[in-house]
Design a protein around this ligand. Sequence first.
Ligand code: ADP
Ligand code: MG
Length: 264
Amino acid sequence: MTNALSIRGLTKRYDAKRGDRPWPLRRGGPVPDTGGFLAVQDFDLEIEDGSFFGLLGPNGAGKTTIISAVCNLIRVTSGEIDIFGAPHDTLDARRMVGLAEQDVNLDRFLDVEETLLYHGGYFGMKRPEARRRAAEMMDVFDLRAKAGVRAPKLSGGMRRRLLLARALMHEPRLVILDEPTAGVDFELRLELWRYIHRLHDEGTTILLTTHYLEEADELCEEIALIRDGRLIARDSADGLRTAYGAESLADAYVRAMGAAPASS
Ligand SMILES: Nc1ncnc2c1ncn2[C@@H]1O[C@H](COP(=O)(O)OP(=O)(O)O)[C@@H](O)[C@H]1O
Ligand SMILES: [Mg+2]
């Protein structure tokens, strides 16, 4: 079976001089080394179709960089990434991924419904289909009453829900959530986890980063620990606890991070 995500030998060196967004979407070879900051080094990861996968690591570990590379939002220095077998820099691959970015990047001039419709249009959905799906998303995420409200006038919780609704708009098979519950209150966190859980039950592959280790423990079938842009360990939560002789995932995490070689 084809994996949902396959990353082989991913290296990302941020170039201090050049802009990093490859607009317009382009295909092309690796970018040569020009110094700069090495954020991810020779990173491999395979994620099976249908799995719930957690990417854990401290701030600056390289999680967002990896996710941005997967979604072709930055140029990679070297390595290969496939999404359900399609090279990540193709439109086919991009259509199969839904991304909720760590930063809440909503267009301030669009209301809730427009946000969803524009996104649908961007992914080639026909207007009636986009309208149907937007209505469905507004119902699921309890945003119907806010359909005509622009992003700056939404509460923080509503923005987070809209971010998720937008990521799911085009019915992606792989959903990537970069710290979806960072800074949200307890109730909304539970609610978001319920949505994400349901999505997984429906067969969607989930790749998630979070700092809530208890939640990663409960939800993620597999976890990759990363630090300084390198993969340290990859296992189930139970496997990690056993490997590090720890009682909790938090203990295993602390030990794994402590045991890893310090960054140079
Ligand atoms: N655009 C950029 N230019 C230069 N360095 C960057 C850029 N984005 C991220 N970095 C650096 O790369 C490293 C990894 O960052 P990031 O992928 O955001 O980590 P995480 O998401 O795990 O917190 C950090 O040291 C960060 O400062
Ligand atoms: Mg990040």
